[in-house]
Design a protein around this ligand. Structure first.
Ligand code: ADP
Ligand code: MG
Length: 225
């Protein structure tokens, strides 16, 4: 088991009262799983993804990652865990507009103070893997949407994370590009043995899950594996 959430609660206080964005959510993810999280808008999907590694703090409950309890870790420790072990892919690609493809992909390694030569080597390998070796010196705006998302994915796996957390990674892409990205995530899951937890509202994307969680009103209402 790589990730476990136990009785996770996240409340938001709002003028209109307390919102239970996550209400006693428990689940287990095995190493190598491809987990999909579906549910209506506002059901708590993003909150679930963000709360696993401390980008959102829990109101109560526990998170265990690789056998270690992490929900009570300091922000500094959680930042370290995210940098070392987690790759995030979000709907907006969040590429740095004035950096080239290769520079964008090298960024997480630079933050981790990996030597420059090694950064270049690893970023080139990953860009080869995502089929963009001929676009290394392009700026984001010189790439198609699908290519930009592949750069974002390359950047999220270049530090060899144990797990990828993806929030609607195909949300802004047309159906053909969405399929390309999904196939790609499947390939990463199978060939690089990276566990994936992916939020999606697309039934097609949800079919990629080896384990499927469905949320409603902050609760898990269906799980299939
Ligand atoms: N920062 C916040 N402040 C107040 N309420 C929030 C905040 N973030 C999320 N919520 C509420 O929590 C619930 C779950 O939100 P979210 O996890 O973003 O849902 P989803 O990703 O499934 O659309 C929603 O009712 C939302 O309005
Ligand atoms: Mg969301």
């Amino acid at each position: 088991m790589i990730l476990q959430g136990d009785k996770i609660v996240r409340q938001y206080k709002h003028k209109s009262g307390v919102i239970n964005a996550l209400d006693q959510v428990s689940f287990m993810v095995e190493k190598g799983d491809f987990v999909t999280v579906t549910g209506p808008s506002g059901s708590g999907k993003s909150t679930l993804l963000l709360s696993m590694f401390g980008l959102v703090r829990l109101t109560s409950g526990t998170v265990i990652f690789n056998g270690q309890r992490i929900d009570d870790c300091s922000d500094r420790k959680l930042t370290e865990i995210r940098r070392k072990s987690v790759g995030y892919i979000l709907q907006s690609f969040a590429l740095i507009p004035y950096l080239t493809t290769i520079q964008n992909v090298m960024m997480p390694l630079a933050l981790d103070r990996v030597p420059a030569g090694e950064q270049l080597k690893r970023a080139s390998e990953i860009l080869d893997f995502v089929g963009l070796s001929d676009r290394m010196d392009h700026l984001p705006r010189e790439l198609s949407a699908g290519q930009q998302q592949r750069v974002a994915i390359a950047r999220s796996i270049v530090h060899r994370p144990a797990i990828i957390m993806a929030d609607e990674p195909t949300g802004n892409l047309d159906p053909a590009l969405s399929l390309e990205i999904l196939e790609f995530l499947k390939k990463i899951n199978r060939e690089q043995h990276i566990t994936i937890m992916m939020v999606t509202h697309s039934p097609v994307a949800a079919e990629y899950g080896s384990m499927k969680l469905h949320l409603r009103d902050g609760k898990i209402v269906i799980r299939n594996s």
